[in-house]
Design a protein around this ligand. Structure first.
Ligand code: NAD
Length: 542
């Protein structure tokens, strides 16, 4: 700290722009999208402040137009990863010692750059590279990352100001040191905001980072990196590497200076990383922090007293926005028989009115899924449902990958509550419905609780307070983010800290102080003003 106890600006959520026809933001984002679509972006590795090209490249294509190239990125060798470790450790010497207000200023500046001059680029990149509609891009690659950056700065100061009691004879101080070594940030394709938050919140707390973005998010990852650089993140503090994930992970986890992993992605990958850390535990200088937010099988349960139109809207939005590729997306629904026919008709009407295609056409509500692997997996589950005696396609069920990876939003109804698509995370625009008998409320809640290994998000609809109370109790451990009469998606930083337990992660709640605590290693300092000079206590007197 310099020469004052500085207040930081009070964090407020970034307002969402609406991109209505004729609005300046719509014009700007479409112009930027077109330029990006017709250009070719080169994405080098970024190590120690240097852009490194290797010649070993991979093409970047929009999922909704997969034969078209919009750029390429360079892949690292093992030597580059070792260089990234060395560069981060070198940067740590000055970064960890820099007074906090400098770190705060850098990341507050990053927030303002995204809110202003970079907003159209961030959003256009997310539309182009990840097939988000402009609204989905705006709430992710503009508002959510801006909120993460602003709120984390405020949370950091709240953590720092949490100090122990002192007496007149001794002053007790806690110093929230960064952890020793470097942190490995691994980010998923589906949220540009998460890609930005995982490395930046760790760096904000004074740590150094090696960041590996997803292959399927490279376009917007490059724009994030441009923002961090322009905001003033010093060389070596956030290094960006791409390439063979297994090689990168093996190399980083083999270093004795590896001190933590900040992961968001699928459960299997996280569990493998955890195991590898366990196998290497004797080599590390410090116990690594393991923070991971992983998969989900998020539910909606609708009681017989709930409003069918509200339930249908929660399904239409909660299961299909961004093609169901949100970790929080509803993918299994339990609907009371007395309202099902009405809910079903509303959902069919909604889905028949959805337009699907390129996000450049702003009439489209949905677009393509992220890659061919995901498309093929979803298509195979849809085919299985068509052939199964226990399942029926209510609406959707078609798919086409000739131009983009398009899967029609699909509703499956099953008579088997353990039908595979009620249990397995599909991560796409497919939702499965199980209809329960009107009076089987508590039994159904126990079924919801025990059907899946995950516990990320869930929603319950009811107008009956006793029914709601039963749901809150029985589903206590079924979701880290629990919604009453609302869809299970759309968590806002500073309002609904996000994360789940069981196989869904370590529940360290992105967008809250809890997460930032994982990236500090407190040092307790006791200073005694007048030290004793005689070992004898009064009780020793005769
Ligand atoms: P993914 O697991 O395929 O990839 C996540 C990251 O891990 C990517 O950067 C990928 O390249 C990397 N990776 C893959 N294999 C690796 C390895 N062996 N070592 C190190 N890194 C490796 O996930 P995805 O498809 O990008 O994202 C979708 C998944 O993420 C879903 O399961 C979803 O539920 C989950 N998700 C969870 C949250 C949450 O907050 N709980 C948020 C977003 C996404």
């Amino acid at each position: 700290m310099g020469k004052g106890f500085y207040d930081v600006p009070i964090a407020v959520n970034e307002p969402i722009l609406d991109y209505a026809p004729g609005s300046p933001e719509r014009e700007e984002v479409l112009k930027t999208y077109k330029e990006m679509y017709n250009g070719s972006l080169e994405v080098p590795l970024y190590i120690d402040g240097k852009e490194i090209t290797t010649g070993d490249t991979r093409t970047i294509s929009p999922p909704h137009d997969h034969q078209h190239s919009v750029g390429f990125y360079h892949k690292a060798t093992k030597a580059h990863i070792e260089e990234a470790i060395a560069s981060s450790l070198k940067a740590r010497e000055k970064w960890a010692a820099l007074p906090w207000e400098n770190r705060a200023a850098i990341f507050l500046r990053a927030a303002e750059l995204i809110a202003g001059p970079y907003r159209a680029r961030m959003n256009a990149a997310t539309m182009l590279g990840q097939s988000k509609t402009v609204h989905q891009a705006e709430i992710d690659s503009a508002c959510e990352i801006i909120d993460f950056l602003r709120f984390n700065v405020q949370f950091m100061t709240e953590i720092y100001s949490d100090q122990p009691e002192s007496t007149s004879g001794a002053w007790n101080r806690i110093e929230y040191r960064p952890i020793e070594g470097f942190v490995y940030a691994i980010t998923p394709f589906n949220f540009t905001a998460i890609a930005g938050n995982l490395p930046s919140c760790v760096a904000l707390m004074g740590n150094v980072v090696v960041w590996k973005p997803s292959h399927s998010q490279m376009y917007s990852a490059k724009i994030l990196l441009d923002v961090f650089r322009e905001a003033g993140v010093p060389d070596g503090v956030i290094n960006m590497v791409m390439g063979d994930s297994a090689m990168i992970t093996d190399t980083l986890l083999a270093s004795p200076d590896f001190s933590g992993v900040h992961f968001t992605g699928s459960t299997g990958v996280f569990q493998d990383i955890w195991k590898m850390i366990g196998n290497n535990i004797h080599n590390y200088k410090t116990y690594p922090r393991i923070v991971g937010e992983t998969g989900g099988k998020d539910f909606i349960v609708a009681h017989k007293s709930s409003d069918p139109k509200q339930v249908a809207t929660a399904i239409s939005r909660g299961a299909f926005e961004y093609q169901g590729q949100k970790c929080s997306a509803a993918s299994r629904c339990y609907i009371s028989r007395n309202i099902w026919n009405e809910v079903k008709q509303y959902v069919i009407d909604d889905l028949n009115s959805f337009k699907m295609g390129s996000p450049e056409n702003m009439e489209n509500f949905v677009s393509a899924v992220i890659h061919e692997r995901s498309f093929d997996k979803l298509a195979s589950y849809i085919d299985e449902a068509k052939a199964s005696p226990n399942a029926e396609i209510v609406v959707g069920g078609t798919y086409d990958k000739s131009v983009g990876y398009f899967i029609a939003p699909t509703v499956i109804e099953t008579t088997d509550p353990n039908y595979p698509t009620m249990c397995i995370e599909l991560f796409g625009p497919v939702v499965t419905i199980f209809v329960f008998e009107d009076d089987a409320w508590e039994e159904t809640l126990h079924l919801v609780d025990s059907t899946s290994e995950y516990a990320l998000t869930g929603a319950v609809f009811s107008e009956d307070r006793y029914a709601l109370d039963a749901a809150v109790k029985i589903l206590e451990n079924a979701a880290g983010n629990f919604y009453i009469n609302d869809k299970p998606t759309g968590a806002v930083v500073g309002q609904q800290p996000f994360g789940g337990a069981r196989a869904s992660g370590t529940n360290d709640k992105a967008g809250s102080k809890l997460n930032l605590y994982r990236w500090v290693s407190p040092r307790m300092v006791k200073e005694t003003f007048v030290s004793p000079t005689d070992y004898r206590y009064p009780f020793l007197g005769e």
